[in-house]
Every structure is written in structure tokens, then in C-alpha cells.
Design a binder for this molecule. Structure first.
Ligand code: HEM
Length: 325
């Protein structure tokens, strides 16, 4: 069989590629002769993926709980990957890229809040309350990627606990801001008012890495990058709408969808509350208490005042209805 000109040209280019790093094309071609064809299952590591669900109990619905958490973490990874591409230190992305990446991020969040019904109605409550006890003190609260999405989206002062937020300025020491983040007050024992083991274990494992990330993105988080666009670009109506979508999805719609599951399974009596280890979740999870807003500049004072209430709840209900239509 004769080699076409196109093939010869590719071989020439390959020879140049390999010789530029002192490699020999012939050795690589010989390697190709022995290489197996790539398969779907090897490419996505399917067999490994299917070994990652290891329930702690014999209740069949625990599998749903594990898999849905894993799906969520993979979506979080997708969201972070888009945000990282905008927020690379040293890079100033253009308006089109801002919009394109925000569209993707919003779509991911929309899928997450829209599919949360898998948790709300997709498990047998009796099984849930039993297998959940076998998982203490673990909690989705310990999701580091959830915190990373916050840190890459906005500045630390905006993530400080709502009650003390106005006491800190943008130039405050990073460690001080970090120690006062809203979620540091989020997993507290109802009885003693102390941090739970869930929280302290999370801090031991992730504080150092999260602080490093906060330092890295202090001047390069999404909000800072947006503030460095020209005034005309900053106010581009489509961009502002997409940023509103992200603020709503990340800080209202997902938290509300998630909160519904906590209400469904944990709300009834003290017996049910035990499944969290007895935490302050009822005063913590509803977005109207935390009032986290990544981009306060794009909302009116009235909208911020009503964050998590009134108009927001209407939008949330519309979204839920349209998703399940
Ligand atoms: C039946 C399903 C679920 C219930 C009942 C539930 C319950 C709770 C509760 C009570 C908290 C407050 C902290 C605590 O007391 O432990 C919490 C926090 C949290 N959970 Fe879940 N959860 C569920 C599913 C999920 C899923 C699928 C994820 C996905 C990763 C998740 C991620 C989180 C996150 C990120 C937090 C912290 C939220 C924040 O700081 O605002 N949860 N969850």
C-alpha cells in the first residue's frame, strides 16, 4: 500500500515533533504497532467508577444517596473548571468568554437544582433515617468543592457571616476574614453551641488548602475580574443577566432545593433531627439567613433586602415547575 502525500506530510511533522525533544519517531511508530485500541470503558474508567459506591448499610436506597452526591461533586468539578478558566491569575478574559463560561456554569447549576428531587422524593424516608445514622459524623457540609466555588466566585468579605459582614473591609487580613466565614458558624451542636466534629474534621483537612485558594483568588476571583472590565462591558445587559443567574442558582435555587430535602427527612421530631447529629441546620440552611450574594453590585437594595424571600421564592417556584413540566 502506497502512502499518500497527506500521510507523508504528517509523518514529517511527527518526526519534527519528536526530534525537537531528542526522541526517535521510529521507536514511537513501533510502539503504535503494539498499542491496543482505546475503548469507551477504559477511556472513562468505567470499571473503577462502578467500584466507588460502597454503602455502609444494607438499605438499598443508600446507593441513591451515594451516587447522587457523587454526581453533584462531578458537576461541582465542571463548574470550577469553567470558573478557573476565567479566573486564571494574569489572564483578563474578554466579554464573550465571560458570557460563554457563565452560560455553562448556570446550566450545570440548573441541572443540579432541577434534579434535587432525586433526594427529596427519590428515597424511602424510613430507610433514609436509618442508613443516615450509620454515616455520622459525615455530611455534605464537608464538600470542599462547594466552598471552592464560593471562593473563586467572589471576595472573602462577602462570604463573612451576615451578622458581622459590615464590620470587615476589603483590606482586612485574609486569615481573619477566613475565620469569620459564614459556614464556620454552620455546623454547631444544638445542645452545647460548640463546633461539631463534622466541622472540626473538615477544618483539619481543608483549612490550609482553602486559605491558599482564597489567597490565590483574592484579586482574581470572578467578581474582581468583572470589576476590571470596562464600564460598558461590566454593564452589558446579557452579562449582568448571566451573573444574576449564577447568584440565584448558587445562592438561592440550589440551597433551597437542598433545604427541601432536609425538611422532608429531618423536620419532624427530635428522633429525626438526630440524623444530623443534632445540628443548627434549621437556622443555617435557608438562604434568607446567610444572605450570601456573590455580586452585590448588580442587585438593587430592595432585591438584596428580600434575598431568599418574596420575589426570589416566586422565581424558585417557577423554576421548579418549569423543570418538572
Ligand atoms: C436527603 C438529602 C440531604 C439531606 C437531608 C441533607 C442535609 C443537610 C443538612 C442538615 C445540612 C446542614 C449541615 C449539617 O447539619 O450537617 C447540610 C449541609 C450541606 N449539604 Fe446536605 N443534605 C442532603 C443532600 C445533599 C447532597 C446531595 C449534597 C451534594 C453534595 C449536599 C451538600 C451539602 C452542602 C454543600 C452543605 C453545606 C451547605 C451550606 O454551607 O450552605 N447535601 N445538608
Amino acid at each position: 500500500m502506497e502512502l499518500s502525500e497527506d500521510t507523508l506530510e504528517k509523518l514529517q511533522k511527527l518526526a519534527e515533533k519528536y526530534s525537537s525533544t531528542g526522541q526517535d519517531l521510529n521507536s514511537y511508530l513501533e510502539g503504535l504497532l503494539h498499542t491496543e485500541y482505546l475503548t469507551y470503558w477504559d477511556y472513562i474508567h468505567l470499571d473503577t467508577l462502578m467500584t466507588l459506591q460502597t454503602p455502609k448499610t444494607a438499605f438499598p436506597d443508600e446507593q441513591i444517596f451515594i451516587i447522587y452526591h457523587q454526581i453533584t461533586e462531578l458537576y461541582f468539578r465542571l463548574i470550577l473548571s469553567e470558573m478557573e478558566q476565567i479566573c486564571l491569575p494574569g489572564k483578563e478574559a474578554g466579554l464573550d468568554e465571560f458570557k460563554m463560561r457563565l452560560r455553562r456554569v448556570s446550566a450545570y447549576f440548573k441541572n443540579l437544582s432541577g434534579s434535587f428531587d432525586v433526594m427529596v422524593n427519590g428515597m424511602d424516608p424510613k430507610q433514609f433515617l436509618k442508613f443516615r445514622m450509620a454515616l455520622l459524623p459525615a455530611s455534605g457540609f464537608q464538600s470542599a468543592q462547594y466552598r471552592m466555588i464560593e471562593l473563586i466566585s467572589t471576595g472573602l468579605p462577602l462570604l463573612v457571616h451576615a451578622e458581622t459582614r459590615n464590620k470587615f473591609s476589603d483590606s482586612e487580613e485574609l486569615e481573619k476574614l477566613y475565620a469569620n466565614l459564614y459556614w464556620k458558624f454552620g455546623n454547631i451542636e444544638l445542645k452545647s453551641g460548640r463546633k461539631t466534629l463534622t466541622l472540626t474534621m473538615f477544618e483539619d483537612k481543608y483549612d490550609e488548602g482553602l486559605l491558599a485558594m482564597a489567597r490565590k483568588y483574592r484579586m482574581d476571583n470572578f467578581r474582581e475580574k468583572w470589576l476590571r472590565l470596562s464600564t460598558a462591558e461590566q454593564q452589558d445587559p446579557e452579562l449582568v443577566e448571566l451573573m444574576k443567574q449564577l447568584d440565584l442558582q448558587a445562592n438561592i435555587f440550589w440551597p433551597l432545593s437542598h433545604y427541601k430535602s432536609a425538611v422532608r427527612y429531618l423536620h419532624k421530631d427530635m428522633e429525626d433531627i438526630k440524623a444530623t447529629g443534632g445540628t443548627n441546620w434549621q437556622k443555617y440552611l435557608p438562604p434568607r439567613f446567610q444572605r450570601v450574594i456573590f455580586f452585590p453590585e448588580i442587585w438593587t437594595d430592595a432585591e438584596k433586602e428580600e434575598w431568599g424571600k418574596g420575589w426570589v421564592m416566586e422565581l424558585f417556584n417557577q423554576q421548579v415547575e418549569s423543570y418538572w413540566k
